[in-house]
Ligand binder design. Structure first.
Ligand SMILES: *[C@@H]1O[C@H](CO)[C@@H](O)[C@H](O)[C@H]1NC(C)=O
Ligand SMILES: *[C@@H]1O[C@H](CO)[C@@H](O)[C@H](O)[C@H]1NC(C)=O
Length: 172
């Protein structure tokens, strides 16, 4: 069951126009691997009536323990979506370049530098930036700005950018 929950992320590099552009910051030289709650648990936070299908601190801690105990970490599955640095794992988080996330939580639109600084202060190692509640102008301005802002924090943070997924000619 755990195997089904282990997600492998692909790096953005191959999707960049021209194919020759990549940031030499030592990050994501191999595909970042780890555990991500979205595919199985979505945005369900109702642990009262739906305890086995909700996201909670307990869920992240349990999955972090399993990544370590069952040997996944040794194989390179080192990212988890919440703070588990104490187990030697890395923290991944989710945001959105638009006004709201796909689940309706606040997005980074108008707060890109603040959000990048906040991620760095929280000790985030990877951020996925989704593209709901945005348009092509917001993508074209926001995604590069987020890249620059993350770089400017000085903390090595893998940037998982959803930009290409939202462009019509890439999506089909
Ligand atoms: C920022 O980008 C430069 C290249 O432009 C890179 O050398 C450096 O490692 C990056 N820093 C971080 C923290 O990502
Ligand atoms: C794109 O979205 C932003 C943020 O909601 C908005 O201010 C802007 O007017 C939109 N532009 C277009 C062309 O729809």
């Amino acid at each position: 069951m755990m195997a089904a929950l282990v997600i492998q992320w692909l790096a953005l590099a191959s999707l960049l126009a021209g194919g020759a552009v990549s940031l030499d910051n030592g990050l994501a030289l191999t595909p970042p691997m780890g555990w991500m709650s979205w595919e199985r648990y979505r945005c369900n936070v109702d642990c009262t009536t739906d305890p086995y299908n909700c996201i909670s601190e307990e869920l992240y801690m349990e999955m972090a323990d399993r990544l370590v105990d069952q040997g996944y970490k040794d194989l390179g599955y080192e990212f988890v979506n919440i703070d588990v640095h104490s187990r030697g794992l890395k923290l991944g988080i989710y945001g959105d370049i638009g006004t709201m996330t796909c689940g309706g939580y606040p997005g980074s639109y108008g707060h890109i530098e603040t959000d990048a600084m906040t991620y760095a202060e929280w000790g985030v190692d990877m951020v996925k930036v989704d593209g709901c509640y945005a348009n092509e102008t917001v993508f074209a301005e926001g995604y590069p700005a987020m890249g620059k802002a993350l770089n400017a924090t000085g903390r090595p943070i893998v940037y998982s950018c959803s930009w290409p997924a939202y462009l019509k000619d890439v999506r089909n």
